[in-house]
Design a binder for this molecule. Structure first.
Ligand SMILES: Cc1cc2nc3c(=O)[nH]c(=O)nc-3n(C[C@H](O)[C@H](O)[C@H](O)COP(=O)(O)O)c2cc1C
Length: 347
């Protein structure tokens, strides 16, 4: 239930009022009955924390190191396609807002601003997301373009061989509106909003080839099963993201926070585990770290910031979550992320 006094919930409401109805449904919609999208958030709220007292928390440090990069905090921005649907500056604003908030955005392959326009001397750090394309030549070209543009890692999404049934979205918008295009893809690319650039035949062999064909670390996004996480590690991936695509693919798939411990246990520190889906509070970030995540990604919340205030809005959303995380760390007696483990949970 949105809380009219919580700054993030106020952003949610303001974005709802600001955006064209079809863009709002594209952003907020999920698959079929949207149970998984709701569970992602609800399951965090059901996990009780166990505060500790009389620990010196005068100096709380949220910084962490991820794939060799030092970050101010462990809250990254998940790939979200076609951001000019939400704000005229689109991915330009997200990149600037992320840098101002000390974080890394994952720029979607389906971005509405091209990699070429986003990159350049002095441009902030980012990771680039891609689906392996039916046209493997295009996949190789996208990898080369991401390397040239200065991407620091690739994030390949594994969980979408086919698009889910997003009925709410399909009722509102099926094609891209005029003026918004997938700027990294050829002009004659499939104009359907969902499913246009997916290849259902992708297997681990393709993922292995992708990982060995680039000098960049490759992160596999969208695992829920521990065996898939182990397979991703064997394929040469540098990290995995426990994700169900924000509930947009397979409805009633498990909430990500419920699968995170099993994935982290299976990998046993061999490669970092990230998680996304449903993170709306700083306490959710703390719980994810406690259950084995090295970092989290947020999707819809930063778009609420983007839609309401462009780059400043993106920054405000990340700053808010980071601030809540720091407070939760202090109240749980864990002033550094290395000290956070499942003992902060009351179970
Ligand atoms: C509008 C929208 C577009 C998305 N586009 C992509 C995409 O291009 N590639 C991808 O891997 N995930 C995509 N996702 C999924 C997000 O990366 C992420 O997994 C999800 O939004 C996290 O859940 P949250 O929104 O509850 O934070 C998209 C999500 C939304 C809401």
């Amino acid at each position: 239930m949105p809380d009219p006094t919580h700054p993030l919930d106020r952003r949610h409401d303001a974005a709802h009022h600001r955006m064209p109805p079809s863009a709002w449904v594209y952003l907020m919609g999920a698959a079929v009955d949207e149970h998984t999208a709701r569970w992602n958030t609800a399951r965090y709220a059901e996990l009780p924390l166990l505060p500790r007292v009389c620990v010196d928390v005068s100096d709380v440090d949220t910084s962490c190191t991820l794939l060799g990069t030092r970050l101010d905090h462990p809250i990254l921005l998940a790939p979200v396609a076609l951001q000019r649907l939400f704000h005229p500056d689109g991915e330009h604003a997200t990149l600037a807002g992320a840098a101002a908030a000390g974080t890394l955005p994952v720029i979607s392959m389906e971005s509405s601003v091209s990699l070429r326009d986003l990159s350049g001397a002095g441009s902030p750090p980012f990771w680039f997301h891609l689906y392996v394309q039916r046209d493997r030549g295009l996949t190789r070209e996208l990898v080369a373009r991401a390397e040239d543009a200065g991407a620091e890692a690739l994030v390949t999404t594994l969980d979408t061989p086919v698009a889910g049934h997003r009925y709410r979205q399909q009722a509102a918008m099926t094609q891209l509106p005029d003026g918004v295009r997938r700027a990294n893809l050829p002009d004659d690319a499939d104009p359907r909003l969902a499913g246009g650039c997916l290849d259902p035949s992708v297997t681990w062999t393709d993922i292995e080839q992708l990982a060995s064909a680039t000098r960049l670390p490759v992160v596999g996004k969208g695992v829920l099963h521990p065996d898939d996480a182990l397979r991703a590690c064997a394929a040469g991936l540098a990290a995995v993201v426990v994700s169900n695509h924000g509930g947009r693919n397979l409805d009633t798939a498990a909430a990500t926070v419920d699968q995170l411990p099993a994935v982290a246990e299976a990998l046993a520190g061999r490669i970092p585990v990230l998680v996304d889906g449903g993170i709306r509070r700083g306490t959710d970030v703390l719980k994810a770290i406690a259950l084995g995540a090295a970092a989290v990604l947020i999707g819809r919340p930063y778009v609420w910031g983007l839609a309401t205030d462009g780059a400043d809005g993106v920054r405000a959303v990340v700053d808010l979550l980071r601030d809540e995380l720091a407070t939760a760390m202090a109240l749980c007696g864990t002033p550094r992320l290395e000290l956070v483990d499942e003992k902060v949970l009351a179970r």
